[in-house]
Design a protein around this ligand. Structure first.
Ligand code: ADP
Ligand code: ADP
Length: 226
């Protein structure tokens, strides 16, 4: 249900260079897959191509074994969590969490139930009527996670979701996200430039440099070579 395959995927913003060049990898159902590498190496571009927010220049993207190059973002059955949380400042927590379901015209009773469950899961039950500006950074991040949870999408894409949090909270959220992903059984593609995140969270890690794949392997294979 939530398998992703990239075949020779490339992206060029101009004619002369590649932001992503010839990436081939198969991401398994339920896998926590990490894209790691320095700023500018093409991580966000990769994620945005998978999400359908960026046109693919060459190569093929398969979602659930179906060619997905030309699917709209809404047809890809995935949720996305951004670095800046992308919350609506004028909406309260509950409205932010349910925004996507409203757009999809999901039944009110179903909306309410999913919101309750997600809020309980993420410790937001007492904050549903607050506005984003009345929350801490960690709570805002949890709202963004809750929004991904209620979508019930089998694939989740995260782009540096913890980089605006302080070190202590970052450690805590690493564990929370990992537990959430296991509990929901979803496939995760997670972008970070932080080696500690890559090492502690990933089932498998893809190391990128200058738009190309340098290595793909388990944390042990990537960071603990004898
Ligand atoms: P990362 O997420 O690893 O920091 P990006 O995917 O954002 O890397 O960027 C990869 C390369 O593509 C960089 O050289 C960046 O300047 C370039 N790039 C990214 N987005 C655009 C864009 N919209 N237009 C032109 N160049 C871009
Ligand atoms: P990050 O490295 O955290 O992904 P950036 O500041 O590199 O953030 O990019 C922020 C936004 O600007 C992204 O949407 C990216 O696609 C775009 N962008 C990045 N580099 C360029 C560029 N050279 N030209 C145009 N847009 C770019």
């Amino acid at each position: 249900m939530n398998h992703i395959e990239l075949q020779h995927l490339s992206k060029s913003y101009d004619q002369s260079s590649f932001a992503v060049e010839d990436v081939t990898v198969s991401i398994e159902q339920g896998e926590f897959f990490i894209l790691v590498g320095p700023s500018g190496c093409g991580k966000s571009t990769m994620l945005r191509m998978i999400a359908g927010l960026e046109k693919i220049s060459a190569g093929k993207l398969y979602i659930d074994h179906q060619l997905a190059n030309h699917l709209l973002p809404s047809q890809r059955n995935l949720s996305m969590v951004f670095q800046n949380y992308a919350l609506y400042p004028h909406l309260n927590v509950e409205e932010n969490i349910l925004f996507g379901l409203k757009v999809r015209k999901i039944k009110k009773t179903v909306q309410r139930q999913r919101c309750e469950e997600a809020a309980a899961l993420l410790g937001l039950t007492d904050y549903l009527k607050r506005k984003p500006r009345e929350l801490s950074g960690g709570q805002r991040q949890r709202v963004a996670l809750a929004r991904a949870v209620v979508s019930e999408a089998p694939i989740c894409l995260m782009d540096e979701p913890l980089s605006n949090l302080d070190a202590k909270l970052r450690g805590q959220m690493r564990t929370e996200i990992r537990q959430l992903q296991r509990k929901l059984g979803i496939t995760m593609i997670y972008v970070t430039h932080d080696q500690v995140e890559a090492m502690t969270m990933g089932d498998r890690i893809m190391v990128m440099k200058d738009g190309k794949v340098q290595q793909v392997g388990t944390p042990l294979e990537i960071y603990n070579k004898p």
